[in-house]
Design a protein around this ligand. Structure first.
Ligand code: CA
Ligand code: CA
Length: 132
């Protein structure tokens, strides 16, 4: 009986974990083309293999809420703010202008800006001031 209850608990836990992802995705005004990969290291993460990328970790730390604080960060350190990459610069939950696709992946260091090493270091120093 105890084993059965434990098993049920694990199943419920797994369902809850997997079910949270679409709910989190609603937070972002623009999710294409990266979809799951916006927050995860895999395109199609499963409950047991859903490692988060740098943006996903910041999103989690931010209480799984998309807001102006998160939009002002550059989670992946590529010189582009999360808000710019997602397509909602001010993080108010409404896509910028006629934006229908993310400009870049906020969790992957890509070529969406001219982030030099110096800029990244400066930004890391700035972030460190707020990450207390
Ligand atoms: Ca970035
Ligand atoms: Ca990026």
């Amino acid at each position: 009986m105890i084993v059965a209850a434990l098993g049920l608990g694990l199943v419920l836990l797994g369902v809850e974990t997997a079910g949270a992802t679409p709910q989190d995705m609603i937070e972002l005004p623009v999710t294409t083309p990266n979809l799951c990969a916006t927050c995860h290291v895999l395109d199609s993460p499963s409950a047991g293999d859903a490692a988060l990328n740098l943006f996903g970790l910041d999103f989690l730390e931010n209480g799984r809420v998309w807001d102006s604080d998160l939009a002002q960060l550059d989670s992946d350190g590529d010189g582009c703010l999360n808000g710019v990459e997602v397509g909602d610069s001010d993080g108010d939950g409404v896509a910028d202008g006629n934006v229908t696709e993310q400009a870049g992946n906020p969790g992957v260091r890509d070529n969406c800006g001219s982030g030099s090493l110096v800029d990244e270091r400066t930004w890391d120093a700035l972030k460190a001031m707020f990450d207390r």
